[in-house]
Design a binder for this molecule. Sequence first.
Ligand code: PRP
Length: 221
Amino acid sequence: MTSSDMDFLTIALPKGKLFSPAAEMLAEVGYTAEGLSENSRKLVIANDTLKIRFIITKTADLPTYVEYGAADIGIIGKDVLLEEDKDVFELLDLKFGLCRMVLAVPERLAGENVQDYAHMRVATKYPKIAERFFHDEGIQTEIVKLNGSIELAPIVGLAEMIVDLVETGRTLKENKLVEVARIHQATARLIANRVSFKMKFDRINKLKEDMRTLVEKRGLK
Ligand code: PRP
């Protein structure tokens, strides 16, 4: 860590659905920077007065930036933490971005029993989560890793089923897919690099406590 790294707190934010609520929550506790926007071409945005630096990463890469200390802290979904399985501290459940990881199939294949789907092919952006789920269910499947638009796979015959995130349920419905099993729920989490958490304890802990107070205040409304 250089001395300038020691002065600054580097906060990683993911592109995508969590960006705006994460940036808003940080702003509410006083962490902002001019020009911080998901669509910014600039990927590092600093506030020299507050000595903070935001970096904007691809969602799946965020835990890697924090694990290696390229960012001190970050905000990311529990789904990504479970999939990426990186060595980071999970400091706080921020309680926004609630969604669920599900196994879904086309309406014509809908059944009661997960065992019915043994030996079928499953498309997912979350191969580790899918593998653990099917392993725990004691069935074998073939997992096809995709990077997005997962719901397309069963429509065009790439796979019979999908493991994916559901938020409102609209995408499943519009593609005539039905949820047959819930794997887990996920919300946004505040995470920290293990070394940064010790070296910058006062700053990170204050931010964590401010965010905890905000989460509790929001919960009471
Ligand atoms: C996520 C997820 C579903 C959709 C679910 O995709 O993979 O496709 O959102 O949301 P809903 O239940 O509210 O319809 P995302 O928009 O992140 O893009 P992707 O499919 O390219 O990963």
